[in-house]
Design a protein around this ligand. Structure first.
Ligand SMILES: C[S@@+](CC[C@H](N)C(=O)[O-])C[C@H]1O[C@@H](n2cnc3c(N)ncnc32)[C@H](O)[C@@H]1O
Length: 269
């Protein structure tokens, strides 16, 4: 396990409810296109990896797929198991999944590969559990981030937040890849997948300022880990900067309209 993976385990531990109440709605945006890209229809044997609260698993089940779902975090697994009672939901941690070769027709991973320490190994493993000809679809965030996605990072910098030594800035350079369409396509190629293709999905996430703040304030995701490791004074200043910078994105109805960009990739075994 890499330093990055160890940090991820801590970031998600005990945060399933806070994630479900904040960033989960943002991540849900890509689910219909993700399932289309993976060819999920009635009867598909679908594996959703990094299922979190089970958003993709629920949507896959609604299409009539036979759903298996895993997550690295036991709290997420409990939540997903409640959301999809007739699915097989268990702990499973990339880059090693508890399934035999060729078990699934389709594999999905919605905003998960951006949370693993060794993405190439993760892709090789996702391919391993697909049957020959089976389809994989995954999303990650594009980098540099779209303006709405950059808001919290800007507030942290403007507020004087300092990265604590236990929080890695990112992947080891030899494990990293460009977070653009060609970089993600090349990652799927390197994982041994065929016919890899990638597109960029752009949308405005409409969200109240308090809801958007609530995830990081509860320690959710990397921005949350960074925010919660600051002194109370710095946290208060980050909040002040967040309110100031948020004005750029405030729409007439009082909500924030936050432009986001995600990469959606698809390929075959
Ligand atoms: C941003 S959330 C996405 C959750 C869900 N896919 C969704 O669309 O809402 C990332 C999820 O990936 C899980 N995760 C992180 N690293 C993982 C790994 N190495 N293997 C499996 N799951 C992992 C986290 O526990 C978390 O639930």
């Amino acid at each position: 396990m890499t330093v990055f993976d160890r940090s991820e385990r801590l970031i998600w531990a005990g945060r399933s409810a806070d994630y479900a109440a904040s960033f989960a709605r943002l991540c849900a945006h890509t689910v219909p296109q993700l399932l289309d890209a993976a060819g999920v229809v009635a009867g598909t044997r679908l594996l959703d990896v990094g299922t979190g609260p089970g958003t993709v698993a629920v949507a896959g089940r609604a299409r009539g797929a036979s759903v298996t779902a895993v997550d690295a975090d036991p709290g997420m697994v409990d939540m997903a198991a409640r959301a999809v009672p007739d699915a097989d939901v268990r702990v499973g941690i990339l880059p090693e999944l508890p399934f035999a070769d060729g078990t699934f027709d389709a594999v999905t991973a919605n905003f998960v590969v951006n949370h693993v320490g060794r993405p190439r190994e993760a892709l090789t493993e996702l391919r391993r559990v697909l049957r020959p000809g089976g389809r994989i679809a995954l999303t990650i965030w594009a980098a540099p981030p779209a303006p709405g996605q950059a808001l919290m990072g800007r507030a942290l910098r403007a507020g004087g937040a300092v990265r604590p030594p236990h929080l890695p800035a990112g992947l080891a350079p030899e494990d990293d890849f460009p977070r653009d369409e060609s970089g993600l396509t090349a990652l799927l190629d390197a994982g041994g997948l065929r016919d890899a293709a990638c597109e960029t999905l752009r949308w405005n996430h409409r969200v109240g300022a308090e809801e958007w703040w609530s995830g990081p304030a509860a320690g959710v995701a990397h921005v949350g880990a960074l925010l919660s490791s600051q002194t109370p004074e710095v946290r208060a200043e980050v909040r002040r900067q967040y309110d100031l910078l948020g004005a750029e994105f405030t729409t007439p109805d009082g909500l924030l309209g936050l432009p986001h960009a995600a990469l959606l990739a698809r390929a075959r075994h």
